[in-house]
Design a protein around this ligand. Structure first.
Ligand code: PLP
Length: 426
C-alpha cells in the first residue's frame, strides 16, 4: 500500500486495537525479496510448481461443466459437505478421527486463528504460545490485546517446566490462561517437533490448569524422516481445537483450511464465520473436493516430501559447509523451515540490509516473538528455492555473517548480546 503517510490524518478515528495490529515483517520483506536478483530464504512458499497444471485444468473444467451454478453461488457457512468428508479423510491419514460435523471450513487456517482470537480473547486475557511462534498467529492474537506468555522450546517442543511456572504464577493471582497455542509438527519458524511424551504431558498440564489447547498442524503430512507422532487432537478431543489447511499439501491459493473443535466452540466459530465472510469460496471448495476425492493426492504429497527432503538436506549441508564454526541450527524432520542461531552479539534485523546488499534474504528471528527475543536468530526456508540456489544463498549469507563477526571483533562487541527492542517498535 503506497504511498505511506507519515502523519495519518485519520489516527483519532481508529479503534484502540489497531495500535497492536502489526504489519508482518515477512510480508514487508517479501516485497523486497521478490526482486529476481535476490535469493530469498525468507518466504514460506510451498513449491506449487510440483503440480501438473493439466490436472488442475481438468478439475476446474469438471466443476464448471457439472456444477457451474452452485460453484458460482453462496454456500453453507460450515463448508461444502462433500469437501468436509474429504477433510476428515486427510485427518485420518494422520491418525486423527474426525466426523464432518466436528469441523467447519475456513478461508485458510489463518482465518481459523482470527476466529479463535475473536471468540476467546478479551483485552488483558492471558494466552500461551511457543517462543518463537508463527507470526500470523501472533498478529491475530495481538490485535485482540491479550497478554501473551511465550514459552521457550527445546528439541522436544515447549518446555513444560516453564509452562507450569507460568500457569502456576497466574493461578496464584487468581488468573488463568485461556488457551495454549502450539504448532507441534515441524514448527514454523523453529522446525521443531514436539515429542510424544511432551504431547501427553502438555495435555495433562492443560487439564490441570483448565486451559484449552489450540493445535495448528499445517505441516504434519510433510514428514521426511522419523516416525509420526500422534496429533494432540487424537489424544484428547475434549479440549483440543485443531486447525488444518490445504495450503501446504495442495494449494495456498485456494484458501481452504478448517477447524475441528468441541461442538460448543464450533457453534461460536460458525457465528464468527458468518459475520466475517458468510462462506468460503464455493468454487475452490468444489475443486479441492474433486482433487482429494479423485486424484492421487497421497502420491503428490509423497512427491512434495521427496522434493523438500532433498532441499532440507542441501540447506543443512550448506550450513555445515559455510557456518559450522559460527552458528547452530535446528534439524527439522519435515516442514519448510530451519531456525538458525547466530553469535549472541549479532542483531539479525540490523544485518538484513547488508544481506540484501549481498543479494540474499532471510527473516530475522525477532518477528516471531510477541514482545522481545530472537534478536540473534533467523528463519530460513528451504521449500521454494531450487537446491543449487539454496547452496548459493547460504554461501552469500555466510559472507555477510563473517563480515559482521569481524566487525564486532574489531569494535570489541563480542561480549554484548544483540539485545532487543519490543516487537513492532523499530
Ligand atoms: C503455523 C501456520 N499456521 C497457519 C498458517 C496459515 O495457513 P493458511 O494458508 O491455511 O491460512 C501458516 C502459513 O504459513 C502457518 O505456518
Amino acid at each position: 500500500m503506497s504511498p505511506k503517510y507519515v502523519l495519518d490524518p485519520f489516527s483519532e478515528k481508529y479503534a484502540h486495537r489497531t495500535s497492536s495490529m502489526l504489519s508482518s515483517e515477512i510480508r514487508d520483506l517479501l516485497e523486497i525479496t521478490a526482486r529476481p536478483d535476490i535469493i530469498s530464504l525468507a518466504g514460506g512458499l510451498p513449491y506449487t510448481q510440483a503440480f501438473d497444471p493439466q490436472v488442475i485444468l481438468r478439475l476446474v473444467s469438471r466443476v464448471l461443466a457439472e456444477d457451474c451454478a452452485a460453484s458460482l453461488q453462496y454456500g453453507p457457512s460450515d463448508g461444502f459437505a462433500p469437501l468436509k468428508r474429504s477433510l476428515t479423510e486427510i485427518m485420518r491419514e494422520e491418525g486423527t478421527p474426525c466426523l464432518p460435523e466436528d469441523l467447519i471450513v475456513t478461508s485458510g487456517a489463518q482465518q481459523g486463528l482470527e476466529f479463535i482470537s475473536k471468540i476467546f480473547i478479551n483485552p488483558g486475557d492471558h494466552i500461551i504460545t511457543e517462543a518463537p511462534s508463527y507470526v500470523g498467529a501472533l498478529n491475530s492474537f495481538l490485535s485482540y490485546q491479550p497478554q501473551i506468555h511465550a514459552i521457550p522450546m527445546d528439541e522436544e517442543g515447549m518446555v513444560l517446566a516453564e509452562l507450569r511456572n507460568t500457569l502456576q504464577r497466574l493461578e496464584e493471582r487468581g488468573e488463568r490462561a485461556k488457551f495454549i497455542y502450539t504448532i507441534p509438527n515441524f514448527q514454523n519458524p523453529a522446525g521443531i517437533t514436539m515429542s510424544r511424551d511432551r504431547r501427553y504431558a502438555l495435555l495433562e498440564t492443560a487439564e490441570e490448569f483448565d486451559c484449552l489447547v489450540v493445535e495448528d498442524n499445517p505441516y504434519g503430512l510433510l514428514r521426511f524422516e522419523g516416525d509420526p507422532v500422534p496429533t494432540l487432537r487424537s489424544l484428547d478431543e475434549s479440549k483440543v481445537i485443531y486447525l488444518g489447511t490445504l495450503s501446504k499439501i495442495f494449494s495456498a491459493g485456494m484458501r481452504i483450511g478448517w477447524v475441528a473443535a468441541p461442538h460448543p466452540v464450533l457453534e461460536k466459530l460458525l457465528l464468527a464465520k458468518q459475520s466475517a465472510d458468510l462462506c468460503t469460496s464455493s468454487f475452490t471448495q468444489r475443486i479441492a473436493h474433486l482433487y482429494f476425492a479423485e486424484e492421487d493426492w497421497k502420491g503428490q504429497v509423497s512427491q512434495l516430501v521427496e522434493i523438500y527432503r532433498e532441499r532440507r538436506n542441501v540447506l543443512l549441508a550448506s550450513l555445515d559447509e559455510f557456518l559450522a564454526e559460527l552458528c547452530s541450527w535446528t534439524h527439522p524432520q519435515g516442514g519448510l523451515f530451519v531456525w538458525v542461531t547466530l553469535p549472541a552479539y549479532i542483531h539479525a534485523s540490523e544485518m538484513l540490509a547488508s544481506a540484501i546488499d549481498a543479494k540474499v534474504a532471510y527473516v530475522p528471528g525477532s518477528g516471531f516473538f510477541p514482545y522481545r527475543g530472537g534478536e540473534n536468530c533467523m528463519r530460513l526456508n528451504f521449500s521454494y528455492p531450487e537446491p543449487e540456489v539454496l547452496w548459493e544463498g547460504v554461501k552469500r549469507l555466510s559472507k555477510v555473517i563473517k563480515r559482521e563477526v569481524a566487525l564486532a571483533k574489531s569494535l570489541g562487541l563480542q561480549g554484548k548480546p544483540a539485545g532487543g527492542r519490543p516487537h513492532g517498535q523499530e
